[in-house]
Every structure is written in C-alpha cells, then in structure tokens.
Write a protein that binds this ligand. Structure first.
Ligand SMILES: N[C@@H](CCSC[C@H]1O[C@@H](n2cnc3c(=O)[nH]cnc32)[C@H](O)[C@@H]1O)C(=O)O
Ligand SMILES: [Zn+2]
Length: 429
C-alpha cells in the first residue's frame, strides 16, 4: 500500500465545519484512510496555509464545448443552439472533441474539479481525455431525434445505448456512464418509450436537459396537456438514479414529483443567466429534499468551467429567486458543489471521510481576497475562485501539484485546442 498524507492545513468536514488536521489517502484503492490526527504517509502534499476540501463535482457539462468558448454569445438557448452551436458541432471530428475535452479537463483540474458529468457526441474521444487527465466522470452520448428520419433517430438512440454499455468502467473504473436523451423537446416520445426500458435493462442512469426555458415548456404543455416532468414520468423517466439538468421552470407538482421519485437536479445558474433561461427555484428544491447538484453546463454558455463561480452564482441567484437573503446560504452552496453533485451522479465522493473516494482539492488561503479568515465556508461560497486551488487529487492520484498539472501537458493541450478551434470555425463558414 502506498499512502499520501495531505498535511499542515485545515480540513473541511462533511458537516461544513473546519478543523486543523491532515488527510491520509490509500493511493492503491484511491480511498481516504483517515482524517484529522493521522499516521505519517509515504508521500506528502503540503497544505500549510491551505484548506483541504472535497474536490468540486461538475454535475452537468459538455467538456468539448471549451472549443466554442466565446464563439457565440448573447442569444437565447434555441437560436444559440440552432444558428450557432449545432452548425459548428456538425463539422467537429473526434480529434476535435478529444482536444476540446482535454482543454476542458485541464481547466477543470486547475480549478479543483475532480469529477464531472459529460453529455456529448464522439464519447470515446471524451473518455480518452478524461482517462489521460485522471478525472472521474459519468459520460453519455446526447441523443437528438428532431430533424432526423426514423432510421437515423433509432440509430442515434442505439448509439446512446451502446456508449452507455461499452464505456462503463473505462479509465480503471473512473468512468461510468448514463443514457442521455438530449431534452424532452429534441427527442421523440415514441423513441423514448422504446429505449428507456433498454437503458433500464443496461442498468444505467438516465440524464436529460429538462424544463430549461419557457420556450421549451410552453409548447410541450400545449401539445401534450401536461407539465414536462409529468410527460417525462409518463415515458418512464425519473428514478433515484436519474437526474435532470436545469429544472429552471418547475411548478410545485413537479418539485413534488422530483422528491417522490428521488430524481436529482443539476442546477446550472450561470448558463441559466447567460441564456436568460430563468431562475431555478433552488431553495424550494432543497426544502423539498430533492438532491441538488451544480453544473457549469458547457463553456460556450458560461463561459468557464470553474465550479467555484457556479456555487457563488447559486448562492446569489438563489437569494434573488426566493426574495430572501437567507436562502441558499454559503454552506448549502458548498454542499451542492460537493456532496450534492456527487450524490446526483452516484459517486462515493464529495465528502472528506474515511472510506470515501480520495477526490480532494487544496485551496491556498494565503491571499488578500481570502483574509481575514472569519469563516472559510463563507470564503468558499463568496470569495474564492478556481485560481486559488494549489493541489488537485483524484482517486488518490495527484493531478496538480503547486498549480502544475502533472497528467496533461498544459501548453500542448492549449495549442492544440486553439488550432483545432480555429480550423473548425473556418470549416463551419
Ligand atoms: N447527438 C447530438 C448531440 C447532442 S450532445 C449534447 C448537446 O447539448 C448541447 N447543449 C449545450 N448546452 C445546452 C443547454 O443548456 N441546453 C440544451 N442543449 C445544450 C450541446 O451543444 C450538444 O449539441 C447531435 O448530433 O447533434
Ligand atoms: Zn447542457
């Protein structure tokens, strides 16, 4: 057994208290052995003047969209997707997706993110990037049937299922999968009826964009005479392993349905603000005991993958939504970005405790904007950013030490992403 001792810092405990202490990790199993007063490890990671915390979990993203950062801004979802994003995504090759996902993975590691959920196409290329980066991920192929004939639609659903079956367990078990119909309005209901039972047989969770914009909810209600999540449940969706992205526009019955079925919600506040999609009722979801995690969504609607930004936005916009400054308090926001997201994704991480996965970030507190230290949970929610992360550890392995990423060649990843992004824009013209 090889052990790693993260030493000399303060530790964020699962109950959101902070204590001086160390963390001992078994690098072979990738699990936490002890927290607090721990025996010496074979190797050490210096956390002096630092806060040892669970790695952040980005529960909904499209990593490879890092290639499209700044490509199309200032539009609402539907025209942004149809006029800008889908046309350029149509010219992307698997090597572009690999390069974009590597860029997103690099950015994630630099910001203390250790696990994520990714929906995209050319998923094996995404898995390559995740494997090399050393991250943990739940991945899936986003299935779209609008604009396709029945054969093409079925083929895309088949691919979603194949990817979910074949990629499960990749990267030494750090990669798991989900079946991912893109959204309730971009996939056909009859196809859902055929494929949801197949996904259940394959024993994979189902992840879908839902109730993101009013422009999506209203036509669905008009056409089917029921709320989107009632429609989703009618097609076999919503279960304790399933999770929806956004949930921006939910009525009380839908919140109840999420709670009853144990379905998780991934709140993406920055994307919801940027696309002017709306403000999710996060405090109401938490009050109803719905499991809520946080996601950045893709870098083209955010425009970064820093989950610290997301948890600050969640706290801020949660107060606006509830018209109550005590709503979505600092601890609730930090919890959503760690344990909440991990629970939504079904990962045994997001908490620093014995037996949990050793997915850890060390935040450097030695800076003006994190002084004085009245309350470190407050700092995590309102003052820190990904740039403050000193070390990132996933599955017991050090991915970034003293801000140097060890698993990826940062310069090469950035150069390749830059040139592939430029070439893709040329081809899309
Ligand atoms: N098989 C599909 C790809 C689906 S991947 C998932 C898709 O979600 C898109 N996407 C990114 N952000 C959002 C969002 O906020 N709402 C809905 N879709 C999004 C993203 O651009 C990508 O096309 C195809 O061939 O077009
Ligand atoms: Zn999305």
């Amino acid at each position: 057994m090889t052990t790693l001792e993260i030493t000399g810092g303060q530790v964020l405990e699962p109950d959101m208290t902070v204590e001086h202490g160390d963390v001992l990790v078994d690098q072979d199993t990738g699990e936490i052995l002890a927290v607090g007063d721990v025996p010496a490890g074979d190797e050490t990671l210096d956390a002096t003047d630092g806060l040892v915390m669970p790695g952040l979990v980005n529960a909904h993203t499209h990593l490879a969209m890092a290639l499209l950062r700044g490509y199309a801004d200032d539009k609402p979802l539907d025209s942004w997707l149809r006029e800008d994003v889908w046309p350029i995504e149509g010219v992307l090759e698997p090597d572009d997706v690999r390069a974009g996902a590597a860029l997103g993975a690099l950015e994630s590691i630099e910001a203390g993110t250790t696990a994520l959920c990714d929906m995209y196409f050319d998923v094996p290329a995404v898995v390559d990037a995740v494997e090399q980066a050393g991250l943990r991920a739940r991945v899936g192929h986003g299935v779209v049937t609008v604009g396709k004939d029945r054969d093409e639609a079925s083929a895309d659903f088949e691919e979603g299922l194949t990817v979910a079956r074949e990629q499960a367990g990749a990267a030494d078990g750090r990669v798991s999968t989900a079946f991912m119909p893109h959204s309730l309005t971009t996939v056909d209901g009859a196809e859902l009826d055929e494929f949801v039972p197949k996904a259940r047989n394959a024993d994979v969770p189902i992840h879908i964009h839902a109730n993101e914009t009013r422009d999506e909810v209203t036509p669905l209600v008009d056409e089917h005479g029921e709320r989107p999540l009632e429609y989703a449940a009618g097609h076999g969706l919503l279960s304790p392993t399933d999770f929806i992205a956004h949930g921006t526009h939910l009525d009380a019955a839908e919140i109840e349905l999420l709670a009853e079925t144990g379905t998780g919600v991934v709140h993406c506040p920055a994307s919801n603000m940027k696309l002017a999609s709306g403000i999710a009722p996060v405090q109401e979801l938490l009050d109803a005991d719905v499991t809520v995690g946080l996601g950045t969504d893709g870098a083209a609607s955010n425009n970064d993958l820093d989950v610290f930004g997301e948890l600050r936005d969640a706290a801020m916009v949660g107060k606006l939504a509830a018209d109550d400054a005590s709503a979505v308090d600092a601890a609730a926001a930090v919890e959503m970005a760690t344990a909440g997201s991990a629970d939504v994704l079904g990962f045994d991480s997001g908490r620093l405790a014995e037996g949990k996965k050793a997915d850890i970030a060390v935040l450097d507190l030695d800076s003006a904007h994190l002084t004085p230290q009245h309350d470190l949970v407050s700092h995590l929610a309102y003052a820190a950013s990904g740039a403050d992360v000193r070390h990132t550890v996933c599955d017991g392995d050090v991915l970034m030490r003293d801000r140097e990423v060890l698993t990826l060649d940062a310069e090469q990843v950035r150069e390749e992403a830059e040139s592939r992004a430029t070439a893709a824009v040329e081809r899309a013209r």
